[in-house]
Design a protein around this ligand. Sequence first.
Ligand SMILES: [Zn+2]
Ligand SMILES: [Zn+2]
Length: 109
Amino acid sequence: MFKIHCPECKKSFLWTDEMPLQGKCPNPDCRWQYNVHAELRKNVNPTEEEQKTKPLLCPFCQSQITSRITICPNCGHIVTGKRYFKKSWAFLYLCVLLIILSLILKYSN
Ligand SMILES: [Zn+2]
Ligand SMILES: [Zn+2]
């Protein structure tokens, strides 16, 4: 026994073992034909299919990106996982990093 949601009349009904595997929606005004096998498949792995088709999205502009660490083709932000930062910031970080490195080298000699 399990619940079938009719896409035609938007009503749910319970399918029991005594009912045929394929048949008409019990709502007399509705002509939708159910198929228990198809409904079972839908019930079993909706999350699995969702995960498969779920695209990677830029956390800033929500447009699709190709990998977790990339530059978003839409907004130009550098995306690393769920974080993002501007390209100019990355340049700034690099400058600061180079200054710190040069200072370390200077004082270590
Ligand atoms: Zn129906
Ligand atoms: Zn983006």
